[in-house]
Design a protein around this ligand. Structure first.
Ligand SMILES: [Zn+2]
Length: 705
């Protein structure tokens, strides 16, 4: 049962002493009123106004427009009654495309088009006309390289292995790869090419993956048209992401200016690389000979894909400018009425490759609507128990910079008082709600969605979500890496939730991810964006206002037991391992958590409140469970990642139980006992936290009122 809200606290305390039942009824009514108010504030008109303003112009990190948008977000936070509204600035190395060309030299001479086509109905689509805008890979090296071309499918580790099997090398060659499955982060594709001696890289969007093979294309449908180009960063973040300052090999002189060091940081690519449309890529791919590419390397272009090398020979010229700029986060808070020191945090990034209507402006608009709802409730006296922090991050697209920098600057505070971080990125591209979370929060997310009614009386969000699953229970996915929750979860051990509403979307990181696409194709009427605003607001409200934090540790332990099975299966093909001790410790954790949760349910059924002072202590213990899943050193290869259960691979694929995962991958079998001992220690610690929490519920002294 939740505690009464502060506005009415004194009244209710007085009433409780005399007329307990009616006071409780009042508290519940108040709570309901507060939630109703919060859910009714976000609306499509207001959401749409934010989205229109946010997507009027391109706004990459460090641009004047992105700074103007920081002012806009700050002004809205102030207008909505948020407190302690401020900027959090950090210098960072940023890179911008200045000019580029790709010319086929043989077997024909042909200059390739590196721009995206305009469409008369979409005023924003004339971006490239005489503007000097250059699609690029951020942090790619500048330079001019010439070479025969080799096709390596998606450039995943498996693809490069296959190429090696076929006896085709890429040394001195220019590699062409597609953005696609098997999935790999674009930066890792380029690094795989670079580390094998390729002199340049091209990554293109195959129509099989996000174009006409999927369905109608822009402007008739959601998929990518022939000229769409996926921009993106290719920073080699796995080499120490977040550990060195965001300025890499640049240092500041005493007079404040910046100087480039003699050696390029190894997180920065050393070869030129460029993104390309399939229309231009087809000109290269159709001129490759050599072996026919394997069946699963064939895309949807109208010819048989071959690997090369050559005869297609290409000259690739890339000029990117690297400058030290400013990452600007915008922070605002709604101060908690009872536990102001505790932070429930909501975040989304603001920077975009171009207009970024879905990614990330739909999330920014929803975050602003959630802030408006909770700010309005606070003004009516419905102030949450804990502080809600709103964060609008910068430089997510470049290097997850804004969120990582803020987490590092606030690490000590977050370790003690960071309750939960809730993230939105590309928030509203379609009707399919999705959530990822630490397993302890999965039930909470499902519960909250059951309280969200969809527009037009079409039932609850939970029902719509559940319908997509055979068993009728929606899956809350595990989350690792690749967006702004990374530093919270994988570096600090703060429990996280990531929410979005997905749909067919083939214009990711291209010019066509713009207001036209969102308002006509992805989210007409801004129905999904409004729903996402409400979900975010209610998640925050309930998390900030819960008596006992809704962290179900038993679910976490159950998930970990499954992960132990999975990792044993992963090893089985090469060398069987049995993680008996870790399993025993995880079972102990699960049992301690189950006992605590059952006892808590009993207590809440029979008593009006927990023993005085116990709730805060219990909540602190529950929060520490996630912290217990981290250790100080981090992964050997990537010390930034300190979480024992979840990490991203350099490809950004999921890596569960990362230390053991990596030991299996590298054949370091004798390291496994050491890593298992780390897990045992963490699980024992978690079990001890839960046992202690249960003790705080016992013994129950007879209450004297
Ligand atoms: Zn994004």
């Amino acid at each position: 049962m939740r505690r009464p809200l502060r506005l009415h606290l004194e009244t209710i305390v007085a009433l409780t002493l005399v007329f307990s039942p009616s006071a409780l009824a009042l508290a519940e009514t108040t709570e309901k009123d507060a939630e109703q108010h919060i859910l009714q504030v976000p609306n499509p008109e207001s959401y749409g106004r934010h989205l229109l303003y946010l997507t009027e112009e391109p706004h990459p990190t460090g641009s004047a427009r992105n700074m103007e948008l920081a002012d806009y977000v700050r002004d809205r936070f102030v207008e909505y009654g948020l407190e302690n509204v401020h900027f959090h600035d950090t210098p960072a190395l940023l890179s911008y495309g200045r000019s580029a060309s790709v010319r086929i030299l043989a077997p024909v001479a042909l200059e390739l088009d590196l721009t995206e086509d305009p469409h008369p109905g979409d005023k924003d689509s004339y971006l490239y006309q005489d503007s000097g805008v250059v699609p690029y890979h951020e942090y790619a090296a500048s330079g001019v390289v010439t070479g025969q071309v080799v096709y390596v499918n998606s450039g995943s580790p498996e693809d490069f292995d296959k190429l090696e099997e076929l006896g085709i090398g890429v040394e001195g060659k220019i590699v062409i790869m597609r953005y696609s499955m098997p999935y790999s982060y674009r930066g890792y594709k380029v690094w795989m090419a670079e580390s094998r001696g390729a002199v340049g890289a091209i990554i293109y969007s195959d129509p099989q993956d996000d174009g006409y093979r999927k369905g109608l294309t822009y402007p008739d449908g959601p998929w990518g048209p022939a000229s769409h180009i996926q921009w993106g960063s290719i920073v080699y973040d796995w080499f120490g992401f977040g550990v060195t300052p965001f300025t890499f090999h640049w240092t500041q002189r005493p007079d404040g200016t910046w100087e480039e060091g003699p050696e390029r940081d190894r997180q920065l690519p050393r070869i030129p690389s460029i993104p390309m449309s399939y229309r231009s890529a087809a000109e290269i791919l159709s001129r490759l000979q050599g072996p026919v590419a394997p069946q699963d390397w064939q895309g949807a272009l109208p010819f048989t894909y071959r690997i090369g090398p050559g005869p297609a020979t290409v000259r690739l010229r890339v000029e990117n400018e690297e400058v030290i700029g400013t990452m600007r986060n915008v922070i605002g808070m709604i101060r908690g009425a009872e536990e102001a020191e505790k932070w429930v945090i909501a975040g989304n990034h603001r920077d975009a490759w171009i207009y970024g209507a879905n990614d990330p402006s739909s999330g920014t608009a929803a975050l602003l609507e959630a802030a408006r709802a909770l700010g309005s409730a606070a003004r009516k006296g419905w102030r949450p128990k804990r502080t809600i922090v709103f964060a609008n991050w910068d430089a997510e697209e470049d290097l997850l910079g804004g969120s990582t920098s803020w987490v590092k600057d606030n690490a000590a505070k977050l370790r003690t008082d960071g309750v939960v971080y809730i993230n939105m990125d590309s928030a509203a591209a379609g009707p399919d709600f999705r959530a990822g979370a630490t397993p302890a929060l999965a039930d909470f997310v499902r519960e909250v969605t059951a309280s969200i009614d969809l527009p037009d009386d079409s039932g609850s969000l939970y029902d719509a979500w559940a319908k997509r699953f055979e068993e009728g229970v929606p899956e809350v996915e595990t989350i690792v890496g690749a967006t702004d929750y990374t530093a919270f979860q994988e570096h600090l051990g703060v429990s996280c939730i990531d929410i979005s509403s997905k749909g067919p979307y083939g214009v990711y990181h291209s010019m066509y991810d713009n207001y036209f696409w969102m308002s006509r194709i992805g989210d007409p009427g801004f129905r999904h964006g409004t729903v996402m605003s409400r979900v975010m607001a209610l998640l925050l409200w309930r998390m900030a206002n819960a008596d006992t934090l809704p962290l179900r540790s038993s679910r976490y332990a159950e998930a970990v037991l499954r992960h132990l099975d999975e990792i044993e299966q992963k090893a089985a093909g090469r060398r069987p391992i049995k993680l008996k001790e870790a399993r025993k410790a995880a079972q102990k954790w699960r049992d301690a958590a189950g006992a605590f949760e059952n006892r808590l349910d009993e207590v809440l059924l029979t008593e009006t409140a927990l023993p005085a002072g116990a709730t805060r202590q219990i909540n602190d213990l529950l929060m520490q469970v996630e912290r217990a899943m981290t250790e100080a050193e981090g992964l050997d290869s990537r010390p930034f990642y300190k979480h024992l259960i979840y990490a991203p691979q350099p490809t950004y694929r999921e890596e569960v139980l990362p230390r053991i995962f990596e030991a299996i991958e590298s054949g370091a079998w004798d390291e496994i006992p050491r890593f298992e001992a780390q897990l045992v220690k963490a699980f024992n610690h978690a079990a001890a936290l839960l046992l202690h929490a249960e003790e705080l519920l016992e013994p129950r002294q007879p209450r004297d009122e």
